[in-house]
Design a protein around this ligand. Structure first.
Ligand SMILES: CCCCCCCCCCCCCCCC(=O)SCCNC(=O)CCNC(=O)[C@H](O)C(C)(C)COP(=O)(O)OP(=O)(O)OC[C@H]1O[C@@H](n2cnc3c(N)ncnc32)[C@H](O)[C@@H]1OP(=O)(O)O
Length: 259
């Protein structure tokens, strides 16, 4: 596989802030990513405490169990191509890597775990918490969602190229619409976060136009339309890899965290 890690922006910084030990500064915009990641991590803990406290009517720790990942898995960047990727997915990936060469697009790293460490973020939560990241929670390549996001800062735009695997089946042979919603939410959410800092989904409206065949390659294209105070309005279209079929169109409202 071609080694393209040096052009990725702050991938290791991303991992470091999530509790991983290895760090290599590989890109000059690493500092910007560092700041975004710090806000992500703080925001994750904030979100967790905030939601629990709201539902319970007062401050309370959140309780949920997570499986323990191996260390090698922690370090893996799941947005890198693997053998389960179709030629179409690989071609789209190559296309955006090519577009990234002039600096307009950046590839976003993807890890399976959010490891939230008290001492790193100064949060009152006890000890270390490891959270599985929903869209990266299957252990075998190709059975779940294979995807990679690219961000265009100038256009406030995020694309997610993806390939849904057999565990994401809804109607026989086709992708479950909840999976499509997850991809839309994550792509639009990520562009909102990259634009204003940590933000959460307040509203998502989706029109499903056509079913997505399992194993096919598609692209979710999301952009920020407007920022109004804490409110970030986004739009997202999901199309086939060749742009010939529209699978879904969506609008989303994300609210910037107060932190
Ligand atoms: C563990 C996680 C790790 C994360 C690490 C980082 C990861 C980075 C990757 C990014 C990718 C993520 C993609 C997945 C994203 C999720 O899955 S996020 C989780 C799902 N979302 C939630 O749980 C949100 C639940 N809702 C809430 O917490 C609260 O309702 C909200 C949205 C924070 C708003 O509450 P609030 O802060 O009190 O704000 P509030 O004053 O009510 O509203 C602010 C403004 O928004 C408007 N507004 C609020 N809600 C709505 C609505 N539904 N419709 C219209 N307007 C609304 C209000 O009217 C108000 O407008 P103005 O009066 O200012 O004009």
């Amino acid at each position: 596989m071609v080694c393209w890690a040096p052009v990725r922006w702050g991938a290791d910084a991303h991992c470091r802030l999530l509790g991983f030990s290895r760090i290599h500064w590989v890109y000059t915009e690493g500092v910007a990513m560092l700041s975004i990641c710090a806000r992500h991590t703080r925001g994750g803990i904030y979100l967790c405490n905030y939601l629990t406290a709201q539902r319970a009517g007062g401050p309370a720790p959140c309780h949920f169990s997570t499986s323990q990942p191996s260390l090698s898995k922690d370090h893996r960047d799941y947005s890198l191509p693997n053998v389960s990727w179709s030629q179409n997915l690989q071609d789209l990936y190559n296309k955006y890597q090519e577009l990234s060469k002039n600096g307009n697009w950046k590839c976003i790293p993807s890890c399976s775990q959010w490891r939230l460490v008290k001492s790193q973020v100064g949060d009152p939560m006890e000890g270390v918490r490891e959270n599985r990241f929903f869209i990266r929670n299957l252990d075998k390549d190709g059975v779940g969602l294979e995807c990679c996001m690219f961000y265009n800062k100038a256009e406030k735009r995020m694309v997610c190229i993806f390939q849904p695997g057999p565990y994401l089946e809804g109607p026989p042979g086709f992708t479950h619409n909840g999976c499509t919603a997850t991809i839309i939410d994550s792509t639009a959410g990520e562009v909102a976060v990259c634009t204003v800092g940590m933000a959460v989904t307040a509203n998502l409206n989706i029109d499903y136009r056509n079913p997505i065949l399992l194993g096919s390659t598609a692209i979710a294209d999301s952009m920020v339309e407007k920022v109004d105070g804490r409110k970030v309005y986004t739009r997202c279209t999901v199309r086939s890899h060749d742009d010939k079929v529209v699978y879904a169109e969506a609008t989303g409202l994300f609210i910037k965290s107060n932190l």
